[in-house]
Design a protein around this ligand. Structure first.
Ligand code: AMP
Length: 190
């Protein structure tokens, strides 16, 4: 299996690159943000609880997202592999993901990080907010909070994969195809 963690701050281009990777490698896309927005759209209790935190730019509790990922892994036993997008976002989530995969005799192939400066992220997110309909993209204060959550809680996840020699960082500024080409080169070396 090819199991990729696509990493980077909000607005780095993880969603866009995931779509291209799915097409090329036939992988299943697991975005915890999309799964949470699905729960909100269905009006579930989990969705209602998560929405308060998401609208405030905060992370939802680890157990919630770990449970969602565990269900999706079980529901896709025949998959060629997975792209984890927006997950793991804390070291506890990364540890839980390793355990889930080990229990299925699988592992993470590698983490690929898209590097983009904070200033560029704010510009991109505000632009996305104009037509994405995402309330967390429309408000500069919430965007800044999400970037702070990323820098404090999520950035340490990179060290977790560095220690396992599974980390590669690439420049997230350029055309969609240039960045995709760089990702494909990293995957070719696995
Ligand atoms: P995203 O679509 O990945 O930008 O996620 C949108 C929001 O959903 C985040 O700001 C968090 O509030 C929440 N979220 C998504 N994935 C996770 C995760 N792995 N851990 C905690 N919160 C998450």
């Amino acid at each position: 299996m090819l199991n990729l963690v696509l990493f980077g701050p909000p607005g780095a281009g993880k969603g866009t690159q995931s779509q291209k990777l799915i097409e090329k490698y036939g992988l299943i896309h697991l975005s915890t943000g999309d799964l949470l927005r699905g729960e909100i759209a269905q009006g579930t209790t989990l969705g209602l609880e998560a929405k308060k935190l998401m609208d405030d730019g905060k992370l939802v509790p680890d157990e919630v997202v770990i449970g969602m990922i565990s269900n999706k892994l079980d529901a896709n036993k025949e998959a060629k592999g997975f792209i984890f997008d927006g997950f793991p976002r804390t070291v506890a989530q990364a540890e839980a993901l390793d355990q889930l995969l080990t229990s299925k005799s699988e592992s993470i192939s590698g983490m690929i990080a898209l590097e983009v400066s904070d200033g560029e992220l704010e510009t991109r997110l505000l632009l996305r907010g104009k037509d994405s309909g995402r309330p967390d993209d429309a408000n500069p204060e919430v965007i800044r909070k999400r970037i702070v959550e990323y820098n404090t809680k999520t950035a340490p996840v990179a060290d977790f994969y560095k220690k396992q020699n599974k980390f590669t960082s690439i420049n997230g500024i350029g055309t969609i195809d240039e960045i995709f080409g760089a990702i494909v080169n990293v995957i070719a070396a696995y």
